[in-house]
Design a protein around this ligand. Structure first.
Ligand SMILES: [Zn+2]
Ligand SMILES: [Zn+2]
Length: 155
């Protein structure tokens, strides 16, 4: 997304653009599937040799839950994007794309959860516990472990 500086209104102006999600280069990340372009809506203003850009951006995405491994739909967004660019007299354009990319990447949750109540997977059979209980018994404590120790003692 490029801003054509000579065309920025004296009092600033609103700019809207959809930036393709391909700029994120997320193809190698199996946990994130962009669901559409990054919608940007910025107020752009020239302030004493600088171009000040503020606004919001968001992208529909499917993220992999860190607990159960399911993909769930959400919107990755930043409602308080703010950047200032050096734009001395004679500067023609400023490219916002690298900062848009960085902003979305920083807005991705480090540990996404499909729900705060996600029950995750059974540690024994891998069953998704959000779909109901599995037949596994709770891990054996006591006899099993101790009998192994007893055997060691006998040796
Ligand atoms: Zn989950
Ligand atoms: Zn199980």
């Amino acid at each position: 997304m490029r801003i054509d500086i000579p065309k920025v209104p004296a009092d600033g102006g609103w700019y809207e653009e959809d930036v393709p999600a391909s700029v994120l280069e997320l193809e190698a990340d199996p946990r994130v599937r962009p669901g559409g372009p990054i919608s940007c809506r910025f107020f752009v203003q020239r302030v004493s040799g600088e171009l000040v850009v503020k606004g919001r951006l968001g992208m529909p995405a499917s993220l992999q839950c860190g607990r159960c491994g399911c993909f769930f739909s959400t919107t990755v967004s930043d409602l308080s994007f703010l950047r200032a660019y050096d734009a001395p007299e004679g500067t023609e354009t400023v490219d916002l794309t690298p900062d848009i990319r960085e902003d979305i990447l920083l807005s991705l949750p480090a540990y996404p959860l499909c729900s705060s109540e996600c029950r995750g997977l059974c540690a024994q059979c891998g069953h998704n516990l959000n779909e109901g209980p599995c037949p596994c018994k709770p891990p054996a404590v006591g006899p099993g472990k101790w009998s192994a120790l007893d055997k060691l003692k006998e040796l």
